[in-house]
Write a protein that binds this ligand. Sequence first.
Ligand code: BJW
Length: 225
Amino acid sequence: MTKIVILTGAGISAESGLETFRASDGLWAQHRVEDVATPEGFASNPKLVIDFYNARRAQAAQVSPNPAHQALAKLEAELDGEVVVITQNVDDLHEQGGSRKVMHMHGALKGALCAACDHRWPAPMVMAPGDPCPACNAPAARPDIVWFGEMPYEMDALFDHLAEADILAAIGTSGNVYPAAGFVAEARRAGAHTIEFNLERSAVGNQFEEHRIGAASQTVPEWVA
Ligand code: BJW
């Protein structure tokens, strides 16, 4: 039985209308990453961070999956084997596109997390600084997003999937952020065939055996067909 592990990044959602992080016109151009995607940034300016994620949540609610998301769902439905999507994205376009086995290693815009007791619950569309936790009542609600310096979710399960992979396909990720940037090395150690789908070679592009250069909305459906 073939096992395919898919790693996705912001590039797969770009053609749905969500900005990527490291393009010259990307998100970090308007906000310093240290100000919005670290626990320290949240501690020093919770309103900026909450507002940033409120805006991202509103934007994500207006977009739809594109042919790359849909092709991955088709692959999962039709493959005689297992397909696992590990996404760094905090949108839910894979689920909307029909994928069932999706792991959000960097959290989700639709989630809230209590900074005091780690309870997680569905986020309202608009969060406010100091919102109370429904479990412990501490005024400590934050977006359920993995920031720099925090441990990504489900690490043991992610590495188990990589160890079992026959194919690792990385789609629309720049290879700048670890541990995801190290997945290609991990999968190769396990004997997987590795394929990169990107507009250009990523920072870890030389570690992949196969490259499909171009827009994911074209290259991914072509691969799945
Ligand atoms: C297209 C396309 C189209 C466009 N078609 N392609 C020094 C060395 C090594 C590591 C570290 C270090 N110092 C610190 C670290 C660790 C740190 C890290 O990696 N820092 C780096 C900056 C060096 N990592 C962490 O802190 C992580 N935690 C951690 O390591 O815990 C300890 C640990 C140790 C050992 C094992 C396990 C754990 C946590 C990282 C959290 C990242 N969080 C963010 C923000 C929150 C989410 C949010 O707000 O949305 O997650 S950062 C941001 O980058 C976001 C993304 O998920 C992530 C990756 O970005 P992505 O998806 O690759 O997007 P882009 O924009 O960079 O690239 C888009 C790509 O698409 C480009 O290549 C385009 O070409 C392409 N593209 N359009 C195809 N149409």
